[in-house]
Design a protein around this ligand. Structure first.
Ligand code: PLP
Length: 395
């Protein structure tokens, strides 16, 4: 009899973490690998945030806190939703976990039963289907094509809803495509959701602040008729370059927020007291660096998209946010190149050109690959040269 549980056998380790690890190993072995696999900003955590953490340590803020977050942090989150999204929540409608991923994990564990379905538009963030599987429920993947900018349409949503649908997961700006839903597009989906009151919505807004050209960010909890069925997840990882601090949060109905705290009380207890103090400063302190960093990301996006589109065989949609692009390599999968799949493409790219990217099939849409451009312009220039040379050689 296997020591490993049946539920664990249903899932796979995160492919994006695997690529990052592989690139790290090759670098350690002396290879000049450029890693474009990691989903984290290359910027450092701002000094005012670091100082708040140091102060927390020095003033003895080093004990257990309330399970689902300190009152100070919950108040800062309430203020954030009011200030940035025009949404009113009380502190009882807020929960804090050890990263956004942890909050989503808790949410799914707290609400899903066997037989429940969760609609996940593809390409998706790699963890959604596996978390749903781990909770014993069924991910229902809806392919969203390049022609629709990788976004879910009202028609596709309607077709996938059954009596068993418990959640729809929306992620804008998106990992892996960078696509963002406009207010109108969210309102179109809302029409379907209003007709289906048994469907709850998880809105993953973690890339809210990585957005370009004054794109007007809109989140589905802003649709008044739906707010009571929406859990909005966000965090400090991407907006404040705090991936290692592990703080994520969510706002939603009290019943769900309480259930999440129950799970957390029997697993991690509270998130780190020091990271919570730092997150208070992140949310309440100056926000001045956000547009500066977004501008730097936008310059990189412009460079990467134009460089990729100049390569014979590669096509790349120009996205409105996040720090990812999701180019197609379909035109390079043929007899001449001897490449059969996106996985072949990324493996050969790593082996022969020393550039690490992630295959689209890991995100539920084969024929593509994901580039994270959260790295220096110098690295990006080198990487684009290598990708171009590789594609010319095989084509
Ligand atoms: C779409 C999406 N949601 C959630 C997360 C989780 O972020 P964290 O757990 O670092 O807060 C990530 C991280 O890569 C992400 O890309």
């Amino acid at each position: 009899m296997s020591i490993i549980s049946d539920s664990l056998k249903r899932i796979k380790p995160s492919p994006t973490i695997a690529v990052t690890q592989k690139a790290r190993e090759l670098k350690a072995a002396g290879k000049d690998v450029i890693g474009l696999g990691a989903g984290e900003p290359d910027f450092d955590t701002p000094d005012n945030i670091k100082e708040a953490a140091i102060k927390a340590i020095q003033s003895g803020d080093t004990k257990y806190t309330a399970v689902d977050g300190t009152l100070d942090l919950k108040k800062a989150i309430v203020e954030k939703f009011k200030r940035e999204n025009n949404l009113n929540y009380s502190t009882e409608e807020i929960t804090v976990g050890a990263g956004g991923k942890h909050v989503i994990y808790n949410l799914m564990m707290a609400t899903l039963n066997k037989g429940d379905e969760v609609i996940i538009p593809a390409p998706y963030w790699v963890s959604y289907p596996d978390i749903v599987l781990l909770a014993g429920a069924n991910p229902i993947v809806v392919e969203c094509s390049e022609e629709q900018n990788f976004k879910l349409t009202a028609k596709d949503l309607q077709e996938k809803i059954t009596n068993n649908t418990k959640w729809l997961i929306l992620n804008s700006p998106s990992n892996p495509t960078g696509s963002c839903y406009s207010e109108q597009e969210i309102k179109n989906l809302s029409q379907v959701l209003k007709r289906n009151p048994h469907v709850n919505i998880l809105s993953d807004d973690i890339y809210e602040h990585v957005i370009y050209e004054n794109f007007n960010f809109f989140t589905i909890a802003q649709v008044p008729e739906l707010k009571s069925r929406v859990v909005t997840m966000n965090g400090v990882s991407k907006s404040y370059a705090m991936t290692g601090w592990r703080i994520g949060y969510a706002a939603g109905p009290k019943e769900i927020i309480k259930a999440i705290a129950k799970i957390q009380s029997q697993s991690t207890t509270n998130p780190s007291s020091i990271s919570q103090a730092a997150a208070v400063e992140a949310l309440n302190g100056t926000q001045d660096f956000i547009p500066i960093r977004s501008k730097a990301f936008q310059e990189r996006r412009d460079f990467v998209v134009s460089s990729l589109n100049a390569i014979n065989g590669i096509n790349c949609v120009n996205p409105e946010g996040a720090f990812y692009v999701f180019p197609s390599c379909k035109n390079l999968l043929n007899k001449k190149t001897k490449l059969k799949s996106d996985t072949d493409f990324v493996q050969n790219l790593l082996e022969h050109a020393n550039v690490a990217v992630v295959q689209g099939s890991a995100f539920g849409l084969p024929g593509y690959f994901r580039i994270s451009y959260a790295t220096s312009m110098e690295n990006l220039k080198k990487a684009m040269d290598r990708i171009r040379n590789f594609c010319e050689e095989i084509n």
